[in-house]
Design a protein around this ligand. Structure first.
Ligand SMILES: N[C@@H](CCC(=O)N[C@@H](CS)C(=O)NCC(=O)O)C(=O)O
Length: 204
């Protein structure tokens, strides 16, 4: 099984974190999606990473789908995404919020990478407002109790850490003082191998 992606992509990091947390071996192959390589287009005509190439030659795309597939390959008792019931919807709800934060930070970054004359300050402001609203909402729902070093970490927590670390990487601003619970949770999660081992090169 091969996972194609870049070391800085938060979408790729989501699935790398799941593979590590679930001890599912995956060969990581660096693929820059902006090169639109024939290899990437053959596996994913949308030209995006992550792509998981299965041993039978077929591919899976979209980070949530790949995450769920990799999770299904781990030991049954430690599933990150429950198969059914309220816990499943809670895990997917937490994922949706983290994914939205990543998308907002990506959209802001892409807007700022346009030539100055083509940038739309309203769009940047909208994404920054979205980030602020998501951080506020996450602060309300993140568990208040400290995370013990050996406590199991769920899917929502892993995705939260990936999204917050991506925010620190691509939209550095001091959100911690207004979000102390979130900051404390991230500090504990950052110690976990799934997060520690997937830090992008150059991240603060
Ligand atoms: N919804 C997709 C988003 C994937 C995505 O946008 N990946 C970026 C890398 S950060 C990409 O490949 N961008 C290339 C492009 O937009 O052409 C997922 O969750 O996997």
């Amino acid at each position: 099984m091969k996972l194609y992606g870049s070391l800085t992509s938060p979408f790729v990091r989501k699935v790398r974190a799941v593979a590590i947390a679930r001890a599912v071996p995956v060969d990581f192959v660096v693929e820059d999606p902006w090169q639109m390589s024939p290899r990437l287009i053959a596996m994913n005509p949308a030209g995006k990473v992550p792509v998981l190439e299965l041993d039978d030659g077929t591919s899976l795309v979209e980070s949530l789908l790949i995450a769920e597939y990799l999770d299904s390959l781990g030991a049954p008792e430690g599933a990150l995404i429950p198969a059914a019931g309220p816990a499943r919807w809670e895990a997917l709800r937490a994922h949706a919020r983290a994914h939205a934060l990543i998308e907002a930070v990506v959209a802001r970054l892409l807007e700022l990478r346009r030539p100055d004359a083509f940038q739309m300050p309203d769009r940047v402001a909208r994404e920054e407002a979205r980030v602020a609203a998501l951080l506020d909402a996450m602060e309300q729902t993140v568990p208040d109790a400290p995370l013990a070093p050996d406590a199991p970490v769920g899917f929502g927590d892993l995705m939260l850490a990936v999204a917050l670390r991506y925010t620190a990487f691509r939209y550095p601003h001091d959100w911690a003082p207004a979000h102390p619970r979130l900051a404390a949770r991230l500090a504990a999660l950052a110690e976990r191998p799934a997060i520690r081992e997937t830090e992008p090169p150059g991240a603060p």
